[in-house]
Ligand binder design. Sequence first.
Ligand code: GLP
Length: 235
Amino acid sequence: TNMNVQIVSDKQAGGKAGFQVFEDALQNGAKVLGLATGSTPVTIYEQLVASDLDFSQLTSVNLDEYVGLSADHPQSYHYFMQQHLFNAKPFAHSYVPDGANLDAAAATSAYDQIIAANPIDLQLLGLGKNGHIGFNEPGTDPESTTHKVTLTESTIEANARFFDNADEVPRYAYSMGIGSILKAKQILIVAYGEAKAAAVAAMIQGPVTPDVPASYLQTHPNVTVILDDAAASQL
Ligand code: GLP
């Protein structure tokens, strides 16, 4: 693989390793950071919040948002970003797809214009158990731009823990596409735990296939992968 794979002992160490990637990117002049939600990025955000890095002249662009949840909904990805990063470390501009806009064509094309105007220097990604990145589920067109996604049962179940029950998990999301993600100059993908091990192996060592959206990262020239031992156990 041409990916730069770093194996760490646990997510605390992963947070520090991920922080280092951000710090280096900023030192190299990164102005637009692509950010992600989920439990995986949390320790990186903790390190960013605890640091003296200043984002007040930078722009952030998030990967995805649930359709139907407004920015102030506690389970929205907007809200997650405020809690984990933006309240402590405000950016000059922070963009997240507008989940409150139920007009999918308008919401997604507006977001593609934002990405075009703010080319991403470093994109942070988590990894779904089924190999998804953002909300690009298996089968997604590798050239896709921002689009409305119907979430799979596996993703709804995985995310149900954040809601009172699975019925409350939104069925749709707006997500940057695989094509949008691959346009980032640099990509950092992080995965922890046994449950991600098969997806990690398929991402790094398997064929490049729509069945594993993360496998398209093999086609990108500048990818760093941070894994704990469990997530690396099938490599
Ligand atoms: C969701 C998000 C993804 C995230 C994935 C894994 O589906 N849309 O961006 O990578 O969950 O989440 P976690 O990091 O909690 O395992």
